[in-house]
Design a binder for this molecule. Structure first.
Ligand code: IPM
Ligand code: MN
Length: 336
């Protein structure tokens, strides 16, 4: 039987459209290969260009479009990022931001055997943007609730169980931010009790930053609050070849948006040299979330094989290839 999905596609700004148009043919190759899978792409506008042309960075049609599709692929938006991705995450209650960082073959990386997943709480903390500003001072509230802490902890442990991972590290700053982080930690501990087969540990965020640099292989699943997760996921990306290598999923109860961790990279936009791998791996995460394990595996295998063969690498990885050359090599490996 044919399995059909409608996929909302938001190319956005800067390198966004470039990495998106490198990725869609790869999904089409997977569809061709599978034979019983059908993806319909629904392109939606958001970001700087949308704001210029339509007056709004996140038009209502886009929000409704994302809500009406089975999943969403999001590339990157520019200056208006906080007007687009934050409302999408919060309004659709995409509470788990899942950010794997893994060393792929033949990619120049700082670290060797890293294969970790950072699970970032995605709806609260300083990202609620509750606060105010006077002329020369400002206040921002770190809002942490039991409900959000408990469900992100549960997400992390369920992910660990599903993927056969052995340890969950909860990352906090309860030694100073006790009003908030005690709640986060208590929720993590309560959830950890239900997963005796998975090792649970707690680490203060500054220590964690150091340890991620000095001993990254230690980490398996990390779970943390929104702002710490933002910072540590870039750090983790830095260990495995940079932002061009790290995908993510913003995942809720019944909806999800998949996006590379990188932004719109205006410095290289229009040159056709952006690394498409983060976007391609985000599409792989989307297929997995849709329950299309085989299709997801084909994308992963295509990337693996291409890199093992000594793929044409983009400049961020030390090569001189164009976006399309790397993406096309992956596409051809999938079709083979
Ligand atoms: C990310 C980005 C966003 C964030 C910005 C663009 C709003 O840095 O996805 O990590 O801070 O979450
Ligand atoms: Mn970030």
């Amino acid at each position: 039987m044919m399995r059909r999905y409608r996929i909302a596609v938001i190319p956005g700004d800067g390198i966004g459209p470039e990495v998106m148009s490198a990725t869609l043919p790869i999904l089409e190759a997977v569809v061709e290969k599978c034979g019983d899978l059908d993806l319909e792409f629904v392109t939606l506008q958001a970001g700087d260009r949308a704001k210029e042309e339509l007056g709004e960075a996140l038009p209502k049609e886009t929000l409704m479009g994302v809500e009406s599709c089975d999943a969403c692929l999001f590339a990157a938006v520019g200056r208006t990022a906080s007007e687009v991705i934050l409302p999408l995450r919060q309004r659709l209650d995409l509470y788990a931001n899942v950010r794997p960082a893994k060393v792929y073959p033949n990619i120049p990386t700082l670290a060797k055997g890293v294969d970790l997943v950072l699970v970032r709480e995605n709806t609260e903390d300083l990202y609620r943007r509750v606060g105010f500003r006077e002329r020369d001072w400002g206040v921002a509230l770190r809002i942490i609730t039991w409900r959000a802490s408990e469900r992100i902890a549960r997400y992390a442990f369920e992910l660990a169980r599903r993927e056969g991972r052995r340890r969950v590290t909860s990352v906090h700053k309860a030694n100073v931010l006790d009003f908030t982080d005690d709640i986060f930690l208590e929720a993590c501990r309560r959830v950890a009790d239900g997963y005796p087969e998975i090792e649970y540990e707690e680490m203060i965020v500054d220590t964690c930053a150091m340890k991620l640099v000095m001993n990254p292989e230690h980490f398996d699943v990390l779970v943390t609050t929104n702002i710490f997760g933002d910072i540590l996921s870039d750090l983790a990306a830095g260990l495995v070849g940079g932002l061009g290598m790290t995908p993510s999923g913003n995942i809720g109860e019944s909806r999800a948006i998949f996006e590379p961790v990188h932004g719109s990279a205006p410095d290289i936009a229009g040159k056709g040299i952006a690394n498409p791998i983060a976007m391609i791996l985000s599409a792989k995460m989307m297929l997995e979330w849709l329950g299309e394990a085989d299709a997801a595996h084909q994308v992963e295998r295509g990337v693996m094989r291409t890199l093992r063969e000594g793929a044409p690498l983009t400049p961020d990885l030390g090569g001189s290839a164009k976006t399309w050359e790397l993406a096309d090599a992956i596409r051809r490996n999938i079709l083979e």
